[in-house]
Structure formats: structure tokens, C-alpha cells
Design a protein around this ligand. Structure first.
Ligand SMILES: [Zn+2]
Length: 49
């Protein structure tokens, strides 16, 4: 699945444990994150591979 971070507009890979591929916790501010069908735009390790 992919998750969009609304304040930044960046799309990350989402993991089942509640973090992104690059290690951000999506549960601490869950209202900042929505499911997305857009391509991953995060360039960090873990998302961009
Ligand atoms: Zn990322």
C-alpha cells in the first residue's frame, strides 16, 4: 500500500506495522496520512526501492 503525507504531499510506502518504508511513524499523527494510488515520491531508503 502507499500512503500520502498530506502536509508535504509526499507519497511513501506504507507498512503494516504503522510506519513508512523510510521509518516515519504514521500512527502518531494519523490524520496526516491517507491511502494513495499515486506513485511513491519519497526518495529516502526504504520507500524508494
Ligand atoms: Zn518515505
Amino acid at each position: 500500500m502507499k500512503l500520502k503525507h498530506l502536509p508535504s504531499g509526499i507519497v511513501h510506502k506504507g507498512k503494516k506495522d504503522g510506519t513508512t518504508g523510510c521509518g516515519t511513524n504514521t500512527k502518531s499523527q494519523s490524520d496526516h496520512w491517507i491511502f494513495s494510488s499515486q506513485p511513491v515520491s519519497c526518495a529516502k531508503n526504504g520507500c524508494n526501492n
